[in-house]
Design a protein around this ligand. Structure first.
Ligand code: AMP
Ligand code: ZN
Length: 315
């Protein structure tokens, strides 16, 4: 099992061969001390950024800072390993009762600590409704929330002149979504899930996931070791979500088949995606422009403008 065990049972750290190991990474059969673990994680993020050409010298990154452990760790690591990178953080205050206030506070605390600019967008201000209010009208609130977040990140990314949008999606997140697409045989949708994604549209910013090879466990241990401000609370709408139950199921598989998640992601990127390259190219060019707001859209009117229209009609 992945766990931080009592030092004695893990022996000496496999990297420094000096200190006692107290962190076990089962998928890599690796026992590390805290110091070497931190370096290992930072190096891994650096490698992913390099491997996929995620951040270049002239990039201006809009980092989606949620107040959760993943995006907080992402900000901290990029500041450490690429201190020259121009970063603006964007926090979307979704107005989820009993949750969003804490997320916002943590995002503000971390941005201050890391000395980066933070923009806070209030959903109530943008749309006239909080997510808690929308939840009383829409059943599939998690997908509405996803649509809102994607739209706002791209919208403000353009507004601030960003060249990339970085999110804290990790290996567990990506594998849980891939799992669903593969089970349904929806390889086209699956192919959209990549470490770097871009649609062919002048207003579609490149989206990068520098934490895509790190697990939930690794990110939690790292964030706690560094004492980063983040909220441990889960979104009240997502707690019982299908995505979360899939994550649990995948962890059961992982416990019987170590490195299952890493293998699945690698196969997806290296073996499946290349077979679908022509489909992916068609899918990317299928995007047009929303007739109302000018943002990328697959339909004549984008999801956000349809949502706004819908809310107006319901008034
Ligand atoms: P989630 O879908 O909640 O796992 O979030 C995935 C990623 O989306 C996070 O790591 C953040 O980078 C970004 N994100 C989620 N919620 C917010 C938010 N309220 N404000 C800004 N970014 C967010
Ligand atoms: Zn629109």
């Amino acid at each position: 099992m992945n766990e931080r065990s009592k030092s004695k049972s893990l022996g000496i750290c496999r990297h420094c061969h000096v200190r006692q190991a107290n962190i076990r990474l089962e998928y890599a059969r690796l026992n590390l001390c805290e110091e070497c673990f931190s370096k290992f994680i930072e190096r891994k993020v650096g490698k992913v950024i390099k491997k996929y050409g995620m951040i270049k010298k002239d990039d201006k990154v809009l980092l989606a800072l949620s107040g959760g452990k993943d995006s907080s760790t992402l900000l901290h690591i990029i500041r450490r390993i690429m201190p020259e990178t121009k970063i603006t953080c964007l926090h979307i205050d979704l107005g989820i009762t009993g949750f969003s206030e804490e997320c916002r506070r943590k995002a503000e605390e971390l941005a201050h600590q890391e000395n980066v600019e933070l923009e806070v967008v209030n959903l109530k201000g943008f749309l006239g409704h909080t997510l808690s209010e929308l939840a009383t009208k829409y059943k599939k609130i998690c997908s509405t929330c996803g649509l809102i977040r994607r739209y706002l990140l791209n919208y403000y990314g353009n507004l601030y002149g960003a060249t990339k949008i970085a999110t804290g999606h990790n290996l567990d997140d990506v594998v849980a979504v891939l799992w669903d697409f593969y089970v349904r045989g929806d390889l086209l949708e699956a192919s959209r899930l990549q470490p770097v994604t871009q649609l062919i549209h002048p207003k579609a910013l490149l989206r990068i996931k520098p934490l895509i090879e790190l697990t939930d466990f690794e990110l939690k241990v790292y964030a706690d070791l560094k004492g980063l401000p983040y909220t441990p609370i889960q979104c009240p709408f997502g707690r019982e979500s299908k995505l979360n139950s899939r994550k649990k199921l995948i962890n059961v598989i992982e416990s019987m088949y170590p490195a299952f998640k890493h293998t699945l992601l690698k196969s997806h990127i290296k073996r499946v995606t290349p077979l679908l390259s022509s489909l992916i190219a068609t899918e990317r060019s299928n995007w047009g422009t929303c007739a109302k707001c000018g943002m990328p859209s697959r339909k004549n009117i984008c999801g956000m403008c349809r949502l706004k229209e819908n809310l107006k009609n319901a008034e």
